[in-house]
Design a protein around this ligand. Structure first.
Ligand code: PFF
Length: 454
């Protein structure tokens, strides 16, 4: 992925590298920060069921479709659509994807900056011994302070740009292979501590016992948005990565493997968080600060907790980084291929532009927090618009493209590698992209707008 000329397009080195890169994009703050806080605000168990349904019935087919488009098109999302459907407006999906990439980077890197702050605060011993309300206060004061979150945001944005510049293959791939399994083990350790706290059962109940009376149009839209956000789908990130996937890889099974891993990590993060929330007396609906307040609370109750906490926040930053680079890559691939910039210039330009929007976004959690539109600050607005609107809308058009516009034979060729692989799932997949996914996404939109009533 570190090529700079068009005709020697780079590709991932092995099947493992593909899965690692796509999983690196999918697994990140969306699983560990966003899933618990959104599930917490939307009723827990019932949200989880709808989310799982969306992942399997819509998410995996959309991911597979993105791979098909990217590998068939061999370009960034805009360029791929131009090539596969010349003279038709499908390329607008690519433009919306680039716009979404800017917006997501602005708030996602903000939260990534928080992980650096928490790493730093652990290092200096400032989190040790604090109770729940002190931790809440600390989080709030950090955000209000404004300049620290801005610095951390810029540091993280710098890392992201730097890695895109220095080539993804040699650097990041090697580290993530080693580091992500450690993050997984730490999450499991957190789960064990969390569920063995006194009073933790209420948390497991909250997460796994569905109270269907809590389902509202908002809950359904949030579950759809979270499924898209967590899987990195709907904005062409995986079209871009798909264009780097070797012709001999199995697209369908890669999509399946990554989606299952991604979903497992989200559920495991939930099991780490909610029992502790209830045991330590917090509220599951504490919003964006949830994991930053609850996790330090759990670490305090573990032997060697501060050491584990240090490792945890550093790995969480790495998990965030493998996601931010995948988002920045969307913009860079677009600028490099369509506006004929060098990758270097494209990376610098994109990083600078995102930084401007990002600083405003960081401040919207602090000194600008009273500036709101429809009850949301800029951070909340960007998060809502991208996850709940732009990604599902992108996904809707992606499945319609594959289901109704693109040649079924070419889709089959991509999924079977020109007949070399069996793809027994093909009829089910085609049925989903033609009917199930478009109807379901459209219904969720109509339902949440109040146009459709169940
Ligand atoms: N899937 C990432 C996460 O769960 O942290 C976030 C993300 C990455 C969203 C890439 C969208 C995207 F294109």
């Amino acid at each position: 992925m570190d090529n700079s000329s068009d005709n020697s397009r780079d590709s991932f080195s092995s099947r493992f590298a593909v899965i690692a890169a796509v999983a690196g994009s999918a697994i990140g703050l969306g699983n560990i920060w966003r899933f618990p806080y959104v599930a917490g605000e939307n009723g827990g168990g019932a949200f989880l069921i709808i989310y799982l349904l969306f992942v399997f019935a819509i998410g995996i087919p959309v991911m597979t479709s993105e791979f098909v488009i990217g590998r068939a098109g061999q370009k960034n999302p805009y360029g791929s659509f131009r090539k596969l459907a010349p003279g038709q407006p499908w390329y607008l999906i690519g433009i919306m994807g680039v716009a979404a990439a800017f917006m997501i980077l602005a708030f996602y890197t903000t939260v990534s900056g928080w992980t650096l702050e928490y790493f730093y605060q652990t290092l200096t011993g400032n989190l040790a011994g604090k109770n729940d309300s002190e931790l809440t206060l600390m989080f709030d004061e950090f955000l209000q302070g404004s300049y620290r979150p801005v610095i951390w945001f810029l540091v993280f944005m710098g890392f992201t740009g730097f890695i895109i510049l220095s080539g993804v293959k040699n650097g990041i791939e090697r580290y993530t292979k080693m580091l992500m399994p450690i993050l997984f083990v730490l999450l499991i350790a957190l789960c064990i501590r969390s569920v063995t706290l006194e009073g933790s059962m209420a948390g497991l109940n909250f997460l796994f016992y569905p109270d269907f009376s809590k389902i509202t149009p908002k809950v359904i839209l949030e579950a759809l948005g979270q499924a898209f956000f967590s899987l990195s789908i709907g904005m062409g990130t995986l079209i871009t990565y798909g264009s780097y996937i070797n012709k001999s890889e199995n697209l369908g099974s890669s999509a399946m493997a990554v989606s299952i891993a991604d979903t497992m990590i989200a559920v495991i993060a939930g099991v780490a968080i909610f029992p502790a929330v209830f045991a330590l007396g917090g509220s599951p609906a504490s919003g964006t600060g949830l994991v930053f307040i609850v996790l330090p609370g759990i670490f305090q109750k573990m032997p060697l907790g501060q050491v584990f906490q240090l490792i945890f926040f550093s790995l969480l930053s790495v998990a965030a980084l493998t996601s931010t680079i995948s988002v920045l890559e969307v913009i860079v691939a677009y600028l490099a291929e369509e506006l004929k910039m060098t990758r270097r210039k494209a990376t610098i330009a994109a990083t600078l532009m995102v930084s401007v929007l990002g600083i405003v976004t960081v401040l919207s959690m602090g000194s600008l927090r009273n500036f709101t539109i429809a009850g949301k600050n800029i951070f909340g607005m960007l998060e809502f618009l991208t996850s709940n609107i732009m990604l599902p809308l992108g996904g809707l058009f992606i499945v319609i493209f594959i289901g109704w516009s693109f040649s079924p034979q070419r889709t089959k060729d991509e999924l079977t590698n020109d007949g070399k692989l069996k793809a027994g799932y093909l009829p089910v997949y085609m049925f989903i992209v033609r009917f199930v996914a478009p109807v379901a996404i459209a219904m969720v939109f109509l339902y949440s707008l109040g146009i459709l009533k169940l």
